[in-house]
Design a protein around this ligand. Structure first.
Ligand SMILES: [Zn+2]
Length: 241
């Protein structure tokens, strides 16, 4: 029998309380120009209401957040959505600044059960991310369908996008699938930034990782890739644990 902490230590080492992650990200980015008044924040998390407190943390430091969210935190808003967010950014010193925070999410139970959570008002166990659990169920049954479904757009797009990164017959566990989803989200973010951001006139920062819901309301964030692009130069920064 495992434990929540064992899964964190083995699979998501360096995870921080999400409030601490957001505060430290702000402290790291403000000296690079990404202050509240000079920046628009854009947040792409799962639509799940248990993801929402992290959005509020971002709003708490950057003052607002353009909503990029789709099921599982996938980025399906496209160029139109990215350009809309960027057009809302303030100008300061002739430049605009965007901060992108993107992440899939996973619940982990007290005994280390992947996907397990409890929701207020429900007596039985629940799961997160439900979209990834649903896809995993299809993979386990050997009947994952990647066709676009007009009545299930986000889920069918999610499946098609993730299946590009799975070997035929490969069935990851939920933690592995969540980490893979995080990589795909980051790749999609960077592709969309390449298509829509003019680094001659705009600076941006990328914050990626995995949002983790633990027992008794624990809310953690596992920091993945993060960096800033300031006046066309990539700047690394550290978020201390
Ligand atoms: Zn979800």
């Amino acid at each position: 029998m495992g434990s929540f902490q064992q899964v964190i230590d083995q699979t998501f080492p360096g995870s921080l309380p999400e409030a601490v992650f957001v505060e430290r990200a702000y402290e790291a980015l403000a000296p690079l120009g990404f202050t509240d008044e000079h920046t628009i924040a854009c947040v792409g998390l799962c639509r799940d209401e248990i993801s929402r407190p992290l959005v509020e943390r971002v709003v708490g430091v950057w003052g607002e957040a353009f909503n990029f969210s789709s099921l599982a935190g996938m980025l399906f808003l496209g160029k139109t959505g990215f350009l809309a967010a960027q057009s809302h950014a303030p100008f300061f010193g002739g430049r605009q600044r965007h901060v992108y925070l993107v992440a899939p999410h996973i619940a982990i139970g007290e005994g280390g059960e992947l996907g397990l959570c409890h929701r207020p008002g429900q007596t039985g166990p629940s799961h997160a991310c439900g979209a990834l659990c649903g896809f995993l169920g299809e993979l386990e049954s050997g009947r994952a369908d990647a066709a676009l479904d007009a009545d299930d757009l986000e889920q069918s797009l999610l499946k098609a996008r993730l299946m590009q990164h799975l070997e035929w017959g490969q069935v990851p566990n939920l933690a592995e699938l969540t980490l893979l989803t995080g990589k795909v989200i980051l790749a999609d973010l960077e592709r969309m930034i390449g298509l829509t951001v003019d680094i001659e006139t705009a600076d941006y920062a990328v914050l990626s990782g995995v949002q983790i819901h633990g027992p008794k309301g624990a809310a953690l964030f596992w920091p993945g890739t993060h960096y800033a692009m300031v006046e066309g130069i990539r700047r690394s920064f550290r978020i201390p644990d």
